[in-house]
Ligand binder design. Structure first.
Ligand SMILES: Cc1cc2nc3c(=O)[nH]c(=O)nc-3n(C[C@H](O)[C@H](O)[C@H](O)COP(=O)(O)OP(=O)(O)OC[C@H]3O[C@@H](n4cnc5c(N)ncnc54)[C@H](O)[C@@H]3O)c2cc1C
Length: 424
């Protein structure tokens, strides 16, 4: 039987960052197994009729300059655009700045007064935080009924496709734009809508260019495509793939955690690992649309999508190029053709397209897309991860960690894991 010191499941950002970190330390005894026919995972890029699209809008904002410069050094000849984000919310026929909670003064006066009133009383009725048992409770407790019900709840319900009362209050972690009363008032005087991604980068070749940068540090012969891991014998430390059996000393998986623990035959509570799926349409039209916007949020439940992004305003090109995101419950059937027609109708109703002609399109279902972080999922993940760690088996990445994170977080995590081995 073949054997390898480090077996890596998945050639997305997490798997390739792990392999690259090993290679950089001079350890060549690794193998990356990828079920798909190409590397990249969710950071794949599609090119069609002159349009460049990702699996969904993927934009980058690095907190670690050394990671960004490491990647850029391996992207010679690739122009990387740096964009000042312009994002809006489509609300009652107008576009208001994101985040909603900091821009309520842009609403019609009666709506503004409702929001301000409810925000004030939510904030002044102590003890703040006492009733934040869930994500939904947190929204009511911190922002009051009007802001919660006009935007935060309908928008996030469309995205997560679940009852927000079941999610942990920190389900979105640092990605949730918190604001207190003082922030909201200050923003009325001088706009400050800065967020974690106020300025973002985007390579002209799409998100896959960052993946290619990671892959450039990995031996090509150590990446096996079209080879899925189907079962893992934790006692024998042997992985069975669609082609062979491979013995390993340590294993790193970036596969979705629920599927991975099932592959390992671990006793677990499968019901706690819930997630949504996101259907993404990439649409290319014959002429330009609205300039000066990168993406728009749609809280209106009548509209099928929750967000629409404009690649043409990132690339400065003259043909409207959109990504459109639609959230579905985990078990919901997805009618791609029917939804595509609804998308086009709703884009027309919202004025995103008028007499535009669709010239190219692509769609993909990301499943899972946003995992539903609950107290039970966190506890079960922690318990099972400890069992795996004891066997030198590590589940990492957005789906291996069953979390909400960025590609930079994936790279940080992979590097830290490998650094820990080197020290040991
Ligand atoms: C809608 C959406 C928008 C996003 N936008 C951004 C953004 O703007 N900026 C940002 O930084 N991040 C963004 N992300 C997050 C980003 O996509 C992820 O953090 C990143 O792609 C996760 O990489 P990964 O390698 O951990 O997982 P994945 O990309 O899921 O890769 C896992 C790989 O494992 C393979 N695999 C699975 N099972 C097996 C098996 N049994 N055997 C072999 N291979 C297997 C899969 O085929 C896949 O290639 C977004 C995510 C979503 C869903």
């Amino acid at each position: 039987m073949e054997s390898v010191r480090s077996l890596i499941v998945g050639a997305g950002v997490s798997g390739l960052a792990t392999a690259a970190a090993l290679a950089e330390r001079g350890d060549d005894d690794y193998l990356v197994l990828e079920a798909d026919h190409a590397i990249g995972g969710y950071c794949k890029t599609v090119r069609r009729d002159g349009f460049v699209w990702d699996y969904s809008g993927h934009f980058f904002h690095f907190k670690h300059p050394e990671i960004e410069s490491w990647l850029r050094a391996r992207m010679q000849g690739q122009r990387i655009r740096v964009v000042d984000k312009k994002s809006f919310i489509a609300y009652q026929g107008r576009q208001i700045d994101f985040p909603f909670q900091k821009n309520i003064h842009q609403l019609a006066q009666d709506e503004f007064i409702d929001c301000l009133h409810d925000l004030y009383f939510a904030r002044t009725q102590p003890p703040v935080g006492a009733s934040e048992a869930s994500f939904k409770d947190m929204l009511y407790a911190r922002f009051g009924r009007a802001i919660a019900e006009k935007f935060l709840i309908p928008y996030n319900e469309k995205l997560y496709a679940c009852d927000l009362g079941t999610l942990d209050k920190d389900a979105m972690g640092r990605f949730f734009p918190h604001a207190d009363l003082a922030d909201v008032i200050r923003n009325m005087k001088a706009a400050d809508n800065r967020s974690y991604n106020s300025t973002f980068t985007y390579p002209e070749g799409g998100a896959i260019e960052y993946v290619n940068a990671l892959a450039s540090a990995v031996r090509p012969s150590a990446i096996a495509l079209d080879e899925a891991v189907v079962a893992i014998d934790l006692d024998r430390k042997v992985a069975r793939t669609s082609r062979r059996e491979i013995a390993f000393e340590r294993l790193v998986s970036s596969a979705p955690f629920n599927r991975f623990v099932a592959m390992c035959g671990l006793d677990h509570d499968a019901a706690v690992f819930r997630s949504n799926k996101v259907l993404v349409f990439n649409l290319g039209f014959d002429k330009k649309g609205q300039p000066g916007v990168n993406w728009i949020y749609y809280p209106d439940r009548e509209r099928v999508f929750y967000r629409v992004g404009f690649y043409d305003n990132i690339f400065d090109t003259d043909r409207l190029s959109l990504y459109v995101e639609i959230g579905f419950a985990q078990d919901a059937p997805v009618d791609v053709a029917g939804t595509r027609q609804r998308v086009l109708d709703d884009l027309r109703r919202e004025g995103v397209i008028a007499d535009h002609r669709l010239v190219a399109d692509h769609s993909v279902i990301m499943d899972p897309a946003y995992v539903h972080i609950t107290r039970a999922s966190m506890a079960e993940h922690a318990r099972l991860a400890a069992v795996l760690r004891a066997r030198d088996v590590h589940s990492i990445g957005r789906y291996g960690g069953w979390t909400y994170c960025s590609i930079e977080d994936n790279i940080v995590e992979a590097r830290a894991l490998v650094a820990g081995w080197t020290k040991a």
